[in-house]
Design a protein around this ligand. Structure first.
Ligand code: FO1
Length: 316
């Protein structure tokens, strides 16, 4: 990837992947997407990296349009058969998706690094942008809840985010380093911009920012960092962001997102419907750009990506 005009985007799963797709259409190989690995887990003997896979399938044009995660054109013979045997079927692995998990698990077992496997998958699926796990080191999101300590997928999928969140921690983050491709961009090249995609700030972005090398890169950035608020008019576009914010005692609003990231970002892209928050956010030293941030179509995703790139002064 040439450094000139390159953009590093940070993404969680479904919401972040939508903007990543828009950025990919604008930038192609000038884009490097760092994917959250806090959701990764071992299940049925397989290593599963849901946010990476969601971004991969989305950029490859084969994501499940209804679910946002998993593949389109999916069949469920494996899962149905497993359920019939009394096996664990709460985490829905489709037949085609399963092949990817088997491939990744085998490659890791053979000694490949997660970021090498990511590159192999990106090539296999003909994705133009570079996709990388935020870190090759083990990092796991753990949710302390009113029903006990839950690994992320137990909280998110098995218990459908129903337990009340008390706190969230990222096991392994202290020792984790950015994936090598990210470190190279941070240290040897200067990207033209950083982008924080509209992903859950607490569950999807925070695990990446908990990696010191990533947080420091943003704190000491020589290029603008543009975030898109995942909160629109007090509601999460998708998922439990607003519920979690209420549970940990902060008001679900884009203003809180700006407070959380004030020292890491230069611009917060807000939905038009949140225009009233502009003065309070700009008082934090964060410039506001208003846009239509709800992305339904590919055209919406590209349009929002163009707004983000314009805010960063990057040619699309
Ligand atoms: N999310 C669900 O809500 N239910 C599932 O059964 C589920 C299965 C699944 C399988 C593969 C994959 O890559 C992702 C999957 N997800 C599922 C999404 C996953 O839990 C993500 O961690 C969340 O969407 C948060 O980004």
């Amino acid at each position: 990837m040439s450094a000139a005009g390159s953009v590093v985007a940070f993404s969680g799963g479904v919401g972040g992947a939508k903007l990543a797709l828009g950025l990919d259409q604008c930038l192609g190989e000038r884009l490097l997407v760092a994917c959250n690995t806090g959701d990764d887990f071992e299940h049925l003997g397989l290593t599963i990296a849901p946010d990476f896979d969601t971004v991969l399938y989305t950029l490859a044009g084969i994501s499940n349009p209804l679910l946002g995660w998993g593949r389109s054109d999916e069949s469920w013979a494996f899962l149905d058969t497993l359920a019939g045997l009394g096996g664990d079927s709460w985490f829905r692995l489709g037949d085609r998706d399963l092949a990817l998990h088997v491939f990744r698990t085998e490659r890791l077992r053979a000694g490949a690094a997660p970021s090498d496997v990511a590159e192999e998958l990106r090539n296999a699926f003909n994705v133009r942008a570079r996709l990388q796990p935020a870190t090759d080191d083990r990092l796991r999101t753990i949710v302390e809840t009113d029903v006990g300590t839950l690994p992320f997928q137990d909280y998110f999928v098995r218990q459908r985010c129903a337990p009340k969140v008390l706190s969230i921690r990222f096991d392994g983050a202290d020792a984790a380093r950015p994936a090598p491709a990210l470190e190279a961009v941070f240290n040897r090249q200067t990207p033209a911009a950083y982008v924080i995609c509209p992903s859950n700030p607490y569950l999807s972005v925070a695990p990446m920012l908990a990696v010191d090398g990533i947080r420091q890169a943003l704190l000491q950035r020589a290029a603008p960092c543009i975030a898109v608020s995942p909160i629109v008019h007090g509601q999460a576009i998708k998922g439990p962001t607003a519920k979690i914010m209420a549970e940990i005692g902060v008001e679900p609003s884009a203003l809180e997102v700006a407070r959380l990231w004030a020292d890491l970002i230069d611009v917060l892209v807000l939905d038009q419907s949140d225009a009233g928050l502009t003065p309070a956010i700009e008082a934090l030293g964060v410039r506001v750009v208003l846009a239509d941030t709800i992305m339904r179509t590919t055209a919406d995703k590209v349009a929002l990506a163009r707004v983000v790139l314009a805010a960063a002064g990057v040619a699309a």
